[in-house]
Design a protein around this ligand. Structure first.
Ligand SMILES: [Mg+2]
Length: 209
């Protein structure tokens, strides 16, 4: 049986935290203005301290943070294929561990998982050792790719693709490939089936059709 060789980020990959945050801020009369890769301004302007307070508070609304379409199906598929638990690493603050576990329980829906919380995205590979990562934060994706990991970066509105096309950017030792579109359940499973580097028994150099 093949083994899993992939680690999932949580926010922006398995769950749509950003849309919830925007709604959360809007209810308080604050507009979210995207300015780049995971950066945004607000109108009216608020202090960083206040913003992080809101970011933390919004995470506690577990029932309002919806799974990405297809996310559960992919996790179920990968677990059925391998029998391995899904691995998830997030750099959410440790103070939110209880709501983070509830959020992960919700999206995994009974699929066994391991998870770790890290202070910095740089720590991600240290705790869960896989060769492949899925991460929506461009800086993290590029940082991991520079260290030799294969990274799948779903295209999001805040996330300038590494190549200017719809879908995933895949970075492996400087090579960039496109795989498909994350938000389509069928397409997502098709991607997972095709990308054999997700499985430890296969050759990491093989990428995409
Ligand atoms: Mg993320």
């Amino acid at each position: 049986m093949p083994r899993l060789n992939i680690n999932f980020d949580l926010d922006g990959v398995l769950v749509n935290y950003l849309d919830h945050l925007k709604t959360f801020l809007a209810k308080r009369g604050i507009q979210h203005i995207p300015t780049g890769n995971w950066f945004f301004d607000t109108v009216p302007e608020i202090s960083n301290e206040k913003l992080f307070e809101y970011i933390n508070e919004a995470m506690r609304d577990v029932a309002q943070i919806f799974p990405m379409p297809g996310a559960h199906a992919v996790l179920r598929y990968l677990h059925d294929l391998t029998g391995d638990p899904i691995t998830i690493v997030t750099n959410r603050p440790i103070s939110n561990i209880d709501v983070t576990v509830r959020t992960i329980d919700y999206v995994t829906g009974g699929v066994p998982y391991l998870f770790a919380m890290v202070d910095s995205a740089k720590e991600k590979p240290r705790l869960i050792r896989t060769k492949c990562f899925i991460d929506d934060r461009r800086r993290t994706a590029i940082g991991l790719a520079k260290k030799g990991y294969t990274v799948f970066m779903p295209k999001m509105e805040y996330n300038t693709p590494i190549i200017p096309q719809e879908g995933f950017s895949i970075v492996n030792k400087g090579k960039v490939h496109q795989a498909g579109v994350w938000k389509r359940t069928d397409g997502q499973i098709h991607i997972i089936k095709d990308i054999r580097c997700l499985l430890k028994s296969d050759n990491l150099a093989l990428i995409i059709s």
